[in-house]
Design a protein around this ligand. Sequence first.
Ligand SMILES: [Zn+2]
Length: 156
Amino acid sequence: MEQQGVAKKIFNSASARPEDCVFCKIIERRLPSAIVYEDSDYIAFLDKAPFSEGHTLVCPKKHGETVWDMSENEIGGLFKLAARLSKAIVSAVNADGFRFVQNNGEAANQVVAHVHVHTIPVKLSDKGKWMDRKTISSQEMETLAQRIRSEFKSML
Ligand SMILES: [Zn+2]
């Protein structure tokens, strides 16, 4: 069922046309990224400023700002993929659990106005601790993405 007739528009100061959208640029290879998974409808790549090692963003390829811009089938597909990938991500970094975070709008701290699901692996030793964004080199990112990709392949 399509989600039509939504009255309220969710505000986001980062709103961009698809041609200027950072994630659309990643999808079109106009910006580099460490891609973990890709099919005709979805893509997953590592966050450039991760909260933890393995922090991955899972996105629909079709530009939309919030889940209100997606059909229920598309939303289902997005979370199904995120759930499948979470196993490979947790395994690749030897984590003990993970978080899904999905922000919609400025008020929710959505930084890039293209729908994405944060999949953030967490370790027991981090329980209850505040997580800060970290910096990671593109070399480290590529090595990590490769590890996640091979974990995912071994699970198929
Ligand atoms: Zn986009």
